[in-house]
Structure formats: C-alpha cells, structure tokens
Design a protein around this ligand. Structure first.
Ligand code: ADP
Length: 430
C-alpha cells in the first residue's frame, strides 16, 4: 500500500515536521449508504407519483371535456328546441325554463325562474281552469296525452298550448318536481277551426243544393200519401151517396190521417235539410215494418207479391226520426215491388229482415227481381238516376240522406239467386 503513501516535509528540512499521508481501505459505512439509497427510492417514488398524477389529470381533463361537450350538446338541443320546457319544484316554483318557453310566453328566464303561481303568463279569463290544471299536475294526475290550455304572452296576446307534464326525478331516484313541455297549438287550432268553418260552409252549400233537390224530393215523397188521399177521398165520395155512415167516417178519418202524414213529411224533410236528423224517437223494428206494410197493403195485394218478415224476437229498440225511417223503408219496399213487375208469380217475393250488427240495427229489403244491371250499379244513388218511365230517380238518394242523417249508410248487394238486397242501419236506443 506504499504507493498510496505520501510524505510532505515541512520547513526546516531535516528537523522540521513531516506530514505523512497514507491511504488505507476503511471499513464499509452503512448508514450514509442507506441514506443515499432511500433518497434514491424517494426520488423514484416522486417521479412515479408525478407520472401517475399526470395520467390522472389527463383522464380527468378528458372526462371534463366529454362532460362539457355533452352539456353543450344538451344545452344546444334544449335551446334549439321549438318545444317549451319548464321545470318546477314540488311546490310549483319555476326552477328552469328553456329559450323556446321564453319565446313562447315573452318573459325572460330571469323573470320566470323562482316564480310561484299564479304565473304572469296565465290568461286572466282562464285563471280558474289554469289553476285547476296546475293543481292536477302537482297532484300527479296530469293526463299522459297532455292538456290544452289558453295562455297569455307578455304582449297580452293569447295562445293555446298543449302541456305535457311528467315527474322530475333526480339521479338518486328522488321525485324533486315536475317537468313540463309546452307546444304552441294556436295555429293548429286555428287551422282546425278554419277547416270546421269550411266544412260547415260546404255543408251549408250542400244543403242549399239539397234545397233545390228538396222540391223534387217533396214531390217524390208526397206522391204516396197524395195518392192514398185521393183514393180515400174517392171512397168517401162514393160512401157519401148512401153508403153506411161508419164506413164514411172511417174513410174521412183515413183522409185526415194521410193529409197529416203529408204535412209531417214536409216538416221532417225540412228539418233534415236544415240540421240533419230531427226528432229522435224509440221504436221497434216490428212497429216500423208494420206501419210501412200497412200503407202498402193495397199495392202489395194488387201486385200479388208475398212479403216475408224475418224479424227475430227480442230485437232492441232503435232511436231515430220515425217519419224519416218510415220513408226510408217505404221507398225501399216500393222499389222492390216495382222491381218485381213482370216477374213470374213464384218470384214475386220480398223478404224484410233485421239484425243487430256493430251496435246498430240493420234492416234488409231483399227482392227476387232482376237485380241491378252492372252498368247501373255505379249511378244507383245519384240524384235523378232512374230506369223507370215514371221514375224521378230520387228515392235512393233520399234514402241514403236519411240513413246518413242517422249516422249510418245505405248499401246494396246482389241477392244470391237473383234480385237485390238493400241494407240500412239505425242507431240502437240506449
Ligand atoms: P226511382 O225509383 O224513381 O227510379 P230510385 O232512386 O228509387 O228512383 O231508384 C233508382 C234506380 O235504381 C231505379 O230506377 C232502378 O233502376 C234501380 N233500383 C232501385 N231499387 C231496385 C231494386 N230493388 N231492384 C233493381 N233495381 C233497383
């Protein structure tokens, strides 16, 4: 180890002091080494945690960014909505409104948030109803299809809104209030109203046209009672020249009854032209058939036609204008009788039936005549369409109007084995 020794002499040389420096291997010093080591470990831990922190920050930043873009998207969606949105707490205080809501009512979000009812946009004239709706919503009884209410803009202008309310539930599942969406339906309602008015005008025009037809209609409908009147009067005249007085009285009574019937027909048809079906009465299918067949008895006998009635027992009553219903059935049976003209005797048959179907009583008049020719089928119900020399072509048109005035329809189909079946329905009496 001499190589590692070194001697430095101090002055004066030979007598002075010598400094001998000798390097020797010392024993291992653990403590400083451990200190150094732990410093290293600590430094590494710091670097590692810094790196972890950076990663965490990055992740957090990404999450925040996603959240804020999600929020921005939702906000943009809410703002661009045309539907007004309004949130209220359980007491009914407004906690949030979207721009569409503000546009609709004209008040700003700052003015609205925090308000308790009555709200400034409640129309004073509809206050009571609006309050009732408000209470209904807070009570949780808002109808899922929404409620229509009349509201007021800041300008005082009124508008109709469709309000749909739903409970507002927070992320923990607690019910914290109510969320309402509101759509301005004023235009829709106006359009509906306009359509209704147009429809009404159209109907009025149609009725005017019908008025034109009414003259012809009356001529058609009055023909039968007038003919009967004339027959009964002729009989009375004959009886007046020395017949039995009871028969004379009976004939005069018949004359009166037919005259009354004629005036009643005029009245009812006028009523129908004015506002649809007039007087509603309860009566049975049997009564209706009996009355009509009673009038047609001479006609039926003269034409040697057999009429079969298929009216099941226990049929419910109908609710209809009796005189018009009689006219309807009368026209159909008359048509059937006329269709049987010139038919062989075994084909001169008419079947009258009735059945309940779809909550209505359906009457059928079936004849064994030649049926409706294919080329006529289309025009059957057109006014003034007739194939008869003496026909007016109004009977079926009137029948259809009567059936429609009672909420039904008049239709026909060929009868199996030849002939035609006409069907109409009358509403059942409740
Ligand atoms: P009209 O009896 O004055 O001709 P309608 O409107 O009652 O007027 O009838 C129109 C046409 O429908 C008749 O001319 C006839 O051609 C046809 N029609 C009506 N009922 C029957 C029926 N039961 N069988 C065959 N054709 C019929």
């Amino acid at each position: 180890l001499a190589t590692l020794a070194y001697e430095i002499p101090f002055e004066p040389p030979g007598h002075g002091l010598n400094l001998v420096i000798t390097a020797y291997k010392s024993e291992v010093r653990w403590i400083p080494m451990l200190l150094m080591g732990s410093l290293g470990v600590l430094a590494a831990a710091i670097v590692w945690s810094l790196w972890q922190l950076r990663r965490h920050m990055q992740r957090r930043q990404a999450a925040e960014q996603a959240l804020s873009s999600e929020h921005a998207f939702r906000k943009a969606m809410e703002d661009s909505l045309n539907t007004g949105m309004r949130a209220r707490d359980l007491k009914g205080r407004i906690t949030y409104v979207n721009p569409a809501f503000c546009r609709m009512v004209g008040w700003s979000a700052e003015e609205l948030v925090g308000l308790l009812p009555p709200m400034p946009y409640w129309a004073p004239e509809a206050l009571e109803r609006t309050l009732a709706v408000h209470e209904m919503v807070l009570g949780g009884h808002a109808p899922p299809q929404g409620i229509e209410i009349r509201l007021m803009r800041k300008s005082g202008e009124r508008f109709d809104a469709l309000l749909i309310e739903a409970p507002l539930i927070d992320s923990e599942g607690r019910h914290i209030g109510w969320m309402g969406s509101m759509v301005d339906v004023t235009e829709q309602k106006n359009a509906q109203e306009l359509a209704r008015q147009q429809q009404e005008r159209l109907q009025a025009t149609a009725r005017l046209v019908t008025m034109g037809e009414m003259a012809s209609t009356l001529a058609h409908e009055l023909n039968q009672p007038l003919m009967a009147l004339s027959n009964f009067a002729a009989a009375a005249q004959a009886l007046a020249q020395g017949g039995p007085p009871e028969l004379l009285v009976q004939s005069l009574q018949d004359v009166r009854a037919q005259a009354q019937r004629a005036s009643e027909i005029v009245r009812r048809i006028r009523g129908m032209v004015r506002q649809g079906s007039g007087l509603a009465e309860r009566f049975s299918a049997c009564e209706l058939v009996d009355t009509v067949l009673g009038w047609l008895k001479p006609e039926v006998t003269a034409r040697r036609v057999r009429i079969a009635r298929a009216l099941p027992a226990g049929l419910p009553l109908v609710l209809a204008d009796r005189v018009l219903a009689e006219q309807l059935l009368l026209n159909l049976v008359l048509n059937a009788l006329q269709a049987l003209e010139g038919q062989a005797s075994e084909r001169r048959r008419i079947e009258l039936g009735a059945r309940v179907e779809g909550g209505r009583l359906v009457f059928t008049v079936a004849d064994h005549g030649p049926g409706v020719a294919a080329e006529h089928a289309e025009q059957l119900f057109a006014p003034f369409f007739t194939t008869k020399a003496e026909g007016l072509g109004l009977g079926l048109k009137i029948c259809r109007s009567i059936a429609e005035a009672h909420g039904g329809a008049l239709s026909w189909h060929p009868r199996e084995g030849g002939g035609a079946v006409f069907e109409f329905s009358l509403p059942l009496a409740p």
